[in-house]
Write a protein that binds this ligand. Structure first.
Ligand code: SIN
Length: 286
């Protein structure tokens, strides 16, 4: 079955389109392994024309790891792991409309996200992806060495606290304000991918607050430099959605950005977010 998969790269830095697979089926382990292999190699993979119910999307996602229940965004009734990402024609702000890595504000960030297009605007609403492995590769040896010794503090406070600049404005989405302290977690600024050994930058403008052990004001110049560097066009690819399409990205090495260029139209997506296997299970699976 995995032999029928066809994989076509879509850009220089990352991204591949996979055809010849129906994600709504109970796929054999070899096919799941082939998809996982393509994901870690290409960092984001795309599928067209998938007829996925929330239950089937959940079942597919669970083949890659336990699914996350978002702490601030209400899941679907009966499917708490499925987030409905909806922008109604009257909404102005969209969800995910800035460069970010999903869930970097958690102690254990997600390893990937699987997004399915349910209802699309007539035009616009593409998603951009940026390879943070390519961004790391392009740095000088000196800056690489400096960053490898540093960690950064991540938090949901900017996005989801009562003062968060976008939480209150996402009309159609069931987004809760964080109640009080939202937590800060420290992650290395350079992640070594556990499956490929490839290094990637791991900071993002939505959730990274400062460099660990540095003041916010001291961190700003270096973080601003990296945020600007990381979105350089040559590190990106762009996915134009069609109804039923699926994007599956490796959150450990990819930023993404949902474009908000379709005023007055509706866009409806469903996402499941994959957590890492608990350590004991990961060892057992090797
Ligand atoms: C997200 O940030 O997960 C949303 C991406 C999108 O809607 O294109």
């Amino acid at each position: 079955m995995s032999q029928s998969l066809s994989i076509r790269r879509v850009a220089g830095a990352l991204g591949a389109e996979i055809s010849g697979v129906d994600l709504s089926r109970d796929l054999p382990d070899e096919t799941i392994a082939a998809i996982r292999g393509a994901l870690v190699e290409h960092q984001v993979v795309f599928f067209r024309d998938q007829d996925l119910t929330p239950a089937r999307q959940t079942a597919f996602g669970r083949r890659f790891g336990p699914l996350n229940i978002h702490p601030y965004v209400q899941g679907m009734e009966g499917h708490p792991e499925v987030m409905e990402i909806i922008k109604e024609p009257s909404d102005r702000i969209n969800f995910g409309g800035g460069w970010h890595s999903d869930m970097s504000f958690l102690k254990t960030p997600a390893i990937g996200s699987i997004l399915h297009a349910v209802d699309l605007p007539e035009w616009g609403g593409d998603t951009l992806f940026a390879s943070q492995a390519a961004a790391y590769d392009a740095l000088s040896p000196g800056l690489k060495a400096t960053l490898e010794g540093l960690s950064a503090v991540h938090s949901a406070s900017r996005e989801y606290s009562a003062q968060g600049h976008s939480a209150q404005k996402r009309g159609a989405m069931q987004v809760a304000e964080a109640d009080g302290y939202v937590g800060e977690y420290v992650h290395p600024m350079v992640l070594v991918h556990p499956e490929t050994g490839r290094k990637a930058l791991y900071v993002n403008p939505a959730f990274t607050l400062r460099i660990d052990g540095w003041k916010t004001s001291e961190s700003k110049a270096l973080l601003d430099y990296l945020f600007n560097h990381c979105r350089y066009e040559a590190f990106t690819c762009r996915f134009s959605w069609t109804k039923g399409a699926v994007a599956f990205w490796d959150n450990r090495s990819v930023w993404h950005f949902a474009l908000n260029d379709y005023p007055g139209q509706r866009r409806h997506m469903r996402r499941v977010t994959v957590d890492p296997w608990p350590a004991a299970q990961a060892v057992a699976a090797e």
